[in-house]
Design a protein around this ligand. Structure first.
Ligand code: SF4
Length: 330
């Protein structure tokens, strides 16, 4: 673990038991869904990290682990150097003020009976913060909403984009160090998506907030993030700075995701492709590359689990194509 990171995970695992009864548990015959497996991530101050993957890849479970909703099966999470597993009530309260979430669905994330002012006042009351009016106005301004226009509106008087901006203001009102954004633009129309993504980008630059941005859509993650982690069936299979990952993807799965991004220029002749097939059953995944059923580059060695290697200083990939030959046989 490094000293400077705002948030770090090391070899983080979350397995869910699928046992059919007490006898199975007693005999140790339980099946497990390896929702998050061996995930090591580092998020620095003022950094925006993307986690991208298909539905069911484990990204939402990872987010839930990061906010303490699940007990990890193994590994650890540190926030500002401190292990979450050692937190007492006071630590959790400090953590919950410093780490806020923006949910996917702006239509259900606000209480329909509360005005914008009341929605933003609630987290301030929970955390015992004073100077409420000034904090609320500042949060709305940071979310690019005029306080005088919006303070007394109810959710039904807001558009989808305005609701998501109020959710962002609510996340900002406690002045957190980190925001976890769970597909924050996926339920908005395309033009509103762009403005919400630009806003998130500005927040990290202007307020120094670190963001973990979770999405199934590589094109939106690419707009916002400094670094992208590609997740497949519970594991990070590739991690690199955004430009590098989009222009020089290494892992066959990442390559397929990049090739599936729509290209606005009709004269651009790169063929668009999609990942063929479906992910394998996530129960008892066992040994081997988890992408091997869908991989056009599959080799015999792929029945063994690839370890993560650095293709260069800042670019990690978990694929046998990037091992040195002598390492393959080890
Ligand atoms: Fe494909 Fe093998 Fe690499 Fe997995 S390890 S992505 S199956 S080449």
């Amino acid at each position: 673990m490094t000293d400077q990171a705002l948030l770090e995970t090391r070899e983080l695992r979350k397995y869910f038991s699928q046992s059919s009864g007490l006898l199975d548990s007693f005999l140790g015959n339980e099946d497990h869904v390896q929702a998050v497996d061996d995930v090591s991530l580092t998020v620095d101050t003022n950094e925006v990290i993307g986690i991208i993957g298909e539905s069911g890849c484990g990204k939402t479970t990872l987010l839930e682990l990061l906010i303490g909703l699940h007990e990890p099966t193994g590994g650890e999470i540190r926030f500002q150097g401190d292990r979450l597993s050692t937190f007492d009530r006071k630590d959790w309260k400090r953590f919950r003020r410093n780490v806020q979430i923006i949910f996917q669905d702006p239509f259900n994330s606000l209480d329909p009976k509360m005005t914008v002012r009341e929605s933003l006042r609630e987290p301030l009351a929970v955390h015992g913060l004073d100077d409420k009016t000034a904090r609320i106005r500042r949060a709305l301004e940071n979310a690019e909403l005029d306080p005088d226009t919006y303070l007394d509106r109810l959710p039904r008087q807001l558009s989808g984009g305005e609701k998501q901006r109020v959710s962002i203001a609510r996340a900002l009102v406690t002045e957190p160090d980190m925001i976890l954004a769970d597909e924050p633009a996926s339920m908005l129309d395309v033009s509103t998506q762009a403005s919400v993504l630009n806003l998130l980008n500005d927040l990290s630059t202007e307020l120094g907030v670190s963001i973990i941005y979770i999405s199934h859509d590589l094109s939106t993650v690419g707009h916002v993030c400094d670094r992208i982690n590609v997740m497949y069936l519970g594991r990070i299979v590739e991690s690199a700075p955004t430009e590098q990952l989009l222009h020089e993807p290494k892992h066959p799965y990442t390559e397929a995701l990049v090739n599936a991004i729509p290209i606005p220029d009709p004269h651009h002749n790169r063929p668009r492709t999609k990942v063929e097939g479906t992910p394998r059953d996530p129960i008892n995944l066992g040994e081997g590359c988890r992408f091997r059923d869908r991989c056009p580059e599959r080799m015999d060695i792929c029945d063994r689990t690839p370890r993560t290697t650095e293709s260069d200083a800042d670019h990690q990939v978990a694929c046998h194509l990037y091992y040195e030959h002598e390492e393959v046989g080890q």
